[in-house]
Design a protein around this ligand. Sequence first.
Ligand code: SF4
Length: 257
Amino acid sequence: MTSNDLIDLVTETKKQLEHLRVLGVEGIQVSTVQQPRVETAPTPMPTPSEPLSSLFGDLTPAPVKLTKSTETFEQIHAEIGDCTRCPLHQQRTHIVHTEGNRKARLMFVGEAPGADEDIQARPFVGRAGQLLTKIIEAIGMKREEVLIGNVNRCRPPGNRTPTIEEASVCKPYLLREIAVVQPEVIVVLGNTAMKNLLDTREGITRLRGQFQDYKGIKVMPTFHPAYLLRDPSKKRETWEDLKKVRDYLDTHRSSDR
Ligand code: SF4
């Protein structure tokens, strides 16, 4: 811009300001020029001289292992007593406790007693129980060698499925028995027993035949014998599941039993 251009600009500006003054304008707002914002890089965090895992230990949660219990079945059953802790006590004849070898390598867990079990106060003694005995013998074991129990110890009316609440009240006694015996493998029989023991929402059809884990104990889900009586075509899959159990026990023979 030349000096003449500058003089013209000042003169014109004066005229405009005088015009505004005549119109009553007493002042004008002058905007300030914003300085461009300078982006700065974030201050880097100081790098630890050691990897995080050595500062805080292994960041993956350690698997929970079952602690061996020193209590006895008799103590557990005495504590259960003439139990009325859930509604299933109302129509039962007998409480059906876990029975069998208390040093068993293999345990079977069902859902709840049926009519025969309720009368005899023993688990798996009806038609389904007789089929379970044959299954045990088919893998080269005797019924007396294994442990057999249920999540719920009282028969549900009409053999209905125990509710989640009923199962959650009774299950701790079963878990205490498992902690006493610490079997190497638990076979869970049917959907309800599997869901209760493993705390899973998966169904038996999806998980059967695949070893699961309960605090370091191998858990094999398979069909309930009562279901096999209704649908014998499922016996073949159950046999495949039990062969895996037999093979595991054959190849992991522990020295302290
Ligand atoms: S099912 Fe278990 S918790 Fe319920 S009344 Fe029977 S023993 Fe008690």
